[in-house]
Design a protein around this ligand. Structure first.
Ligand code: PEP
Ligand code: MG
Length: 421
């Protein structure tokens, strides 16, 4: 579960293999952000493992091998060295600007769960934080952290973020993330149940405290900063209006008590198909959009992101997913509203190239992936990426698209193909 990975801290963990979960399960996301190879959905393997067995965790292909033969082990050792060398070499681009081969600038932001991640983001050359998952502040806490404590944590995160630029997401628990002291009873369909803002709405005092803490952290302190407030799992326009009214209430309270605060852009995470369908109307109420593709893919395909049995369906390269992403990005651009994508696909070369072809110019990802994406974008032109997109949108199946994009990434950069899966 996510809290296990979160509390691994600095312990020396070489790899994680789990029976449950999928590529975008939160435990896998956290492992990846800490540079730990992780494979989920490996039924049966744990039963075979004994003390002192040698285990290969191949996070790229999703394989777990127990006591491999000499040749296999040597091949993996070689791959491991190449992988580390390549990542080190790419990390040297951290001070270079992120621009495409034909000179279009892109913004590469980082997803963080704590202040240490924000420092990693700066070290990797991200230009800001595109997603601060605040739930980990709560997961690591014995009870609800009060407004003061949250305020301090957000100030700290702002100071550690590159350019003091950060997008703070309000609590997103339920679904794959549970917190003992908040939330409800077990549900038959937790991802479609009482999660995220649905839960926050029913704890208005807590929710207002979180919003106030963010607004206070955004107060002018004489140095440049950019703080944005983002709400997860927005499904309807009524919800978006209600969220705005929560922000107004928080602002009123702070004004009345003469507490300094800053006005912040208010945005939504686009993760629910209903929101994608009504994007034009939602955009009237939102200052910006961040596409949460981890959830959007699972909801669109009706395939649980944590269930390995349906991982064959939960595929971001599915034609249906690509069409929805294309339309949402186009709608945001038409409306002149900033749009980012902060799911795992922002950092995977195949999808990243297609997103660039859709006109996306702002990507948010685990800090470790920023140099990889910077390298990829530097090899793409708008014409090339648009041509790739046009080509795959004529295809009918996910396997055709995946195969074609594999070949294309290999041509664009054989090295980067090594990092894709
Ligand atoms: C997403 O759903 O894509 C996302 C970034 O949010 P999370 O992974 O925290 O659900
Ligand atoms: Mg999500």
């Amino acid at each position: 579960v996510p809290s296990h990975v979160f509390t691994l801290g600095d312990r020396d963990v070489a790899g994680i293999a789990t029976q449950a979960g999928g590529r975008t399960s939160h435990a896998a996301i956290l492992a990846r952000s800490r540079g730990i190879p992780a494979v989920s959905g490996v039924a049966g393997v744990p039963a075979q493992i004994k003390q002192n067995d040698l285990i290969v965790v191949d996070g790229r292909e999703g394989h777990v091998l127990v006591n491999p033969d000499y040749e296999t082990l040597a091949a993996y050792r070689k791959l491991q060295r190449e992988f580390v060398d390549l990542k080190d070499a790419l990390a040297e681009n951290r001070d270079q600007p992120a621009v495409s081969a034909d000179g279009e600038p892109v913004q590469l932001l980082a997803n963080i769960s704590c202040t240490a991640d924000a420092r990693a983001a700066a070290a990797m050359g991200a230009s800001g934080v595109g997603l601060y998952r605040t739930e980990y502040l709560f997961l690591a806490h014995p009870d609800v952290p009060d407004e003061e404590e949250q305020y301090r944590a957000y100030c700290e995160a702002i100071d550690a973020s590159p350019g003091r630029s950060i997008t703070i997401r309000t609590l997103d628990v339920g679904g794959g993330k549970q917190i003992a002291y908040i939330g409800g009873a077990r549900e038959a369909n937790p991802f479609m149940g009482w999660r995220s803002i649905r839960l926050s709405f029913e704890h208005p005092q807590f929710f207002l405290a979180q919003i106030r803490a963010v607004l206070r952290a955004a107060a002018d302190d004489g140095r440049p900063k950019q703080v944005r407030l983002m709400f997860p799992m927005v499904t309807t326009v009524e919800e978006m209006r209600k969220l705005r009214s929560f922000v107004h209430r928080a602002e009123r309270r702070l004004t009345e008590s003469r507490t300094p605060f800053g006005k912040v852009p208010v945005g939504l995470m686009l993760e629910v198909p209903a929101a994608a369908v009504s994007i034009d109307v939602l955009l009237e109420e939102a200052d910006f959009v961040s596409i949460g593709s981890n959830d959007l893919v699972q909801y669109l395909m009706a395939a649980d992101r944590d269930n390995p049995k349906v991982s064959g369906l939960c595929r971001p390269l599915s034609p249906a997913v690509l069409l929805v992403l294309r339309d949402v990005i186009a709608a945001c651009r038409r409306a002149g509203k900033p749009v980012t994508l902060c799911g795992e696909i922002a950092a995977a070369p195949k999808t990243c190239a297609l997103l660039f072809g859709m006109g996306l110019r702002c990507f948010s990802m685990s800090p470790a992936f920023v140099p990889i994406v910077k390298d990829l974008i530097g090899r793409l032109t708008r014409d090339k990426a648009e041509a790739l997109l046009r080509h795959v949108l004529k295809m009918r199946t996910v396997s055709q698209i995946a195969k074609y994009m594999d070949e294309q990434i290999r041509v664009i950069s054989p090295q980067l193909a090594l990092l894709d899966s």
